[in-house]
Design a protein around this ligand. Sequence first.
Ligand SMILES: [Ca+2]
Length: 259
Amino acid sequence: MKKLVSLLILILFVSLPSFAATFQGGVAEQGSGTASRIIDKATGDGIGGADITLPKQNYSTKTDSEGFFELDTQINGPSIMSVKKPNYKPFTMTIDERTLNAPIVVGIEKSNTSGSVIDTNMYHLGDNSFSDLSANAGEFSMQAIGPFYTKRFTLKNINITKPVYLVIGSIIGIDTAMARSMGQNKIPNAFASPPEVYFNGNKISDIQLNGDGQRIRLPQNLLRKNQVNEITIKTGRNLMQTAYIDYDDIEFMNIFVEN
Ligand SMILES: [Ca+2]
């Protein structure tokens, strides 16, 4: 048990800096320039015809031939913005009212063979019951699919001598004590257990914080090369509610494997 606790503490401290470092994901620059734009991360060239979507708001637009775009919509609270363009890695980032006040310049990367996209859809886990003060207090357009999400996928072309990571593009709505202490929600006297991530039936991580580009290392002994693998994300529950089960309402989008 003591060993397990030290391991968990180690994972927490090893994971935290990587959350911080990757929080901005593929954003090349933000708040610079005079207009929002999608560019190629390697060349800096504008990318025309990229699809930009805010799934929660049911809003979508495209970049013009130079890669410029405008978000002509209102948002209320954290929202996930998705960028898709053929031959590029799908990209998501979390935006809020403040982000919308400044131009957003995003650099996206060409897709390569050293990884695979598992799911680019957006999902809402929970029970559709949440506080206005929650980290996800925007207007939900999506119904919860329940307390957990499971996806099966085949791991092709992976090099198991190198680390393999599961990456969650963006996740919002987590109301853990840590999320509260980081100012990600304003709920004064309730918090939830963290969402849990399972890989091939084994719990591999908790997700304590909201953010973009969270990477979870897939344990080598659990990897099934060229076979079916399974990932499950289970949302937490409100630890202050004992009369009934109140699942933490969270949303996430864009799951892929990096190698
Ligand atoms: Ca709930």
